[in-house]
Design a protein around this ligand. Structure first.
Ligand SMILES: Cc1cc2nc3c(=O)[nH]c(=O)nc-3n(C[C@H](O)[C@H](O)[C@H](O)COP(=O)(O)OP(=O)(O)OC[C@H]3O[C@@H](n4cnc5c(N)ncnc54)[C@H](O)[C@@H]3O)c2cc1C
Length: 411
C-alpha cells in the first residue's frame, strides 16, 4: 500500500471526523478500524445538540428508522422530576437523538468513504516509535503484517488507547475518571421524546448508591439502560456496577415497564476518560483525539460530541502543517484544545469532586430540581450549550458553581 499523507487509527467518532475533514480539505487519508462495520461500541447511544450539530456538518441524514429524535432531558431525584427542553442556541439545534453506535458509526463511515477516504476495516495498527515520533505503522489484517510510513498519524483509538500509550501518552490519575455499564430492554415507551436520567439511585432499603442512571429511548421498541459513577465518588472502587444496574432497573420509573429478568444483551461496561486528562496531545508527527485524548465532558459524561469536535480540530491543524510543510505547527493543536475546553473542564473537575460527597449530591439535586430556572441554567452549563458567545463557558460554569454552592451544604 502507498503510504497516505495521514493515517487515522480508529473509526469511532474522533477518527471519522478527523478523516472526513482532512479529506474535505483535499488530503490523502487512510482510516484503519480494527473491527468491521457495523461494529458494536459500549455506549449510552445518547446524542446531544452538540453531536447533532457535528453530524449535520458532515451531511448526516437523520431521516432513517435507526435514528430516534429527542427534544429534551427528564431528570429524577427521589420523587422529584423535572422535564426540560433543549435550549435554543444560535449554532446548535434544539434537539438531540438516540441511535445505536453500531448503526451510527457505520453510517458515518459511509460518509467518510464518500469524501474519498480509504477506509480499511478489520485492520489493527501499532506504531514503530523512534524518539518521540512515529517512524512507521504496522497494519495487521488476518495475521498478515504490512508496514507503512505515513507522514502524520491521528491517534483516535478510544479510551484504552494502546496506540497512544506506545507513543508515551498518559492519563492523569489525579483527574476524575468515569465508569459506566449499559444494556438494552424492551419498553412500550421506546418512542418517548426525552433522554431520562436518575440523579440518585437507591437500593431496596432506601440507601443511596454512589452513581446515576439513565434510560435512553431508541424508538424501535427498545431502550438503552445504564448506570455510571465517577472516581470522585466515595468508595467508588468497591462499587459493584452490575449490582447497581440491577437495582436501577428494578427501581426505574414504572412508565418504562422494564422486565428485570429480560435484558436484551449482556451488560457491557467501559471507562470514560474525561476533563482533558491525557497528554501529551501531540508529538512530532502525531495528534491524539477523542477518548484517547481524555476529552469527555466531566459535567455530563458526554463524549461523542467532543470526539467529533477534537477530530475536526485535529484535521484543521494537520491541514495547516501539510499546507505549510511545517510539522511544528502541530503544537498549536494542544493549545487550541486547552483554550477551548480548559477552564470549562477545570470547573467540571471541581464540580464532580464536590458531588462525590453524597450529602452534597443529595442537597444539590433536591434543591436544584425544585427550581426550574436554576435547572435550565444547569442543563445549559452541563451540556455546554451556553448561548452567550461573548463570555467564556468556563466563566459561566464558574458562576453556576457559585450558585450551586450557595444552595448546597458546605462542600
Ligand atoms: C457505558 C458508556 C456509555 C456512554 N454513553 C454515552 C452517551 O450516551 N453519549 C455520549 O456522547 N457519550 C457516551 N459515552 C462516551 C462515548 O462512548 C465515547 O466518548 C466515544 O465513543 C468516543 O469516541 P472515540 O472515537 O474517541 O472512541 P471510540 O468510539 O472508542 O472509537 C475508537 C475506535 O478505534 C478502534 N481501534 C482501537 N484500537 C485500534 C487499533 N490499534 N487499530 C485500529 N483501530 C483501533 C476501535 O475498534 C474503535 O472503533 C459512553 C461511554 C460508555 C463506556
Amino acid at each position: 500500500m502507498v503510504a497516505p499523507d495521514v493515517l487515522v487509527v480508529g473509526g469511532g467518532p474522533a477518527g471519522s471526523a478527523a478523516a472526513y475533514w482532512l479529506a474535505d480539505a483535499g488530503h490523502d487519508v487512510t482510516l484503519v478500524e480494527k473491527k468491521t462495520y457495523p461494529r458494536d461500541k459500549t455506549c449510552g447511544d445518547g446524542l446531544t445538540p452538540r453531536s447533532i450539530y457535528q453530524l449535520q456538518q458532515m451531511g448526516f441524514d437523520f431521516d432513517r428508522p435507526t435514528f430516534h429524535k429527542v427534544t429534551g432531558l427528564r431528570s429524577y431525584a427521589g420523587d422529584l422530576m423535572l422535564e426540560m427542553a433543549w435550549p435554543d442556541h444560535p449554532r446548535f439545534p434544539n434537539w438531540g437523538g438516540v441511535m445505536r453506535r453500531r448503526d451510527l458509526d457505520a453510517q458515518v463511515a459511509d460518509l467518510v468513504r464518500g469524501q474519498g477516504v480509504t477506509v480499511l476495516e478489520g485492520v489493527a495498527a501499532s506504531p514503530i516509535v523512534e524518539g518521540d515520533a512515529v517512524s512507521a505503522v504496522e497494519l495487521t489484517r488476518d495475521g498478515e503484517v504490512e508496514r507503512i510510513e505515513p507522514r502524520f498519524v491521528v491517534v483516535a483509538d478510544g479510551s484504552l488507547s494502546r496506540f497512544g500509550r506506545a507513543l508515551g501518552t498518559n492519563r492523569r490519575k489525579d483527574y476524575p475518571l468515569g465508569m459506566a455499564l449499559r444494556t438494552y430492554y424492551e419498553s412500550p415507551r421506546s418512542d418517548d421524546g426525552f433522554l431520562e436520567s436518575q440523579l440518585d439511585i437507591r437500593d431496596e432499603t432506601g440507601a443511596q448508591m454512589p452513581g446515576y442512571g439513565w434510560v435512553f429511548p431508541l424508538g424501535d421498541g427498545t431502550v438503552n439502560v445504564g448506570v455510571g459513577l465517577l472516581s470522585t465518588f466515595s468508595r467508588w472502587k468497591h462499587v459493584n456496577t452490575s449490582r447497581m444496574l440491577d437495582t436501577y432497573v428494578r427501581t426505574a420509573p414504572d412508565h418504562w415497564k422494564l422486565d428485570e429478568d429480560a435484558p436484551l444483551a449482556k451488560p457491557m461496561g467501559g471507562k470514560l476518560t474525561m476533563g482533558l486528562s491525557v497528554g501529551p496531545l501531540a508529538g512530532p508527527n502525531w495528534v491524539v483525539s477523542g477518548d484517547a485524548a481524555g476529552v469527555i465532558n466531566p459535567w455530563n459524561g458526554e463524549g461523542i460530541a467532543y470526539a467529533y469536535e477534537t477530530g475536526r480540530i485535529a484535521a484543521r491543524h494537520l491541514h495547516d502543517a501539510l499546507a505549510a510543510d511545517d510539522a511544528s505547527l502541530l503544537t498549536r493543536y494542544p493549545q487550541e484544545l486547552h483554550d477551548t475546553y480548559g477552564l470549562y473542564y477545570r470547573m467540571a473537575r471541581i464540580f464532580v469532586r464536590a458531588i462525590g460527597k453524597p450529602r452534597v449530591m443529595w442537597a444539590l439535586t433536591h434543591a436544584g430540581l425544585r427550581s426550574r430556572p436554576l435547572m435550565e441554567w444547569v442543563l445549559k452549563v452541563m451540556a455546554n450549550l451556553l448561548d452567550d458567545e461573548d463570555r467564556g463557558t468556563g466563566e459561566l460554569a464558574y458562576e453556576m458553581l457559585e450558585r450551586l454552592v450557595r444552595i448546597g451544604p458546605d462542600a
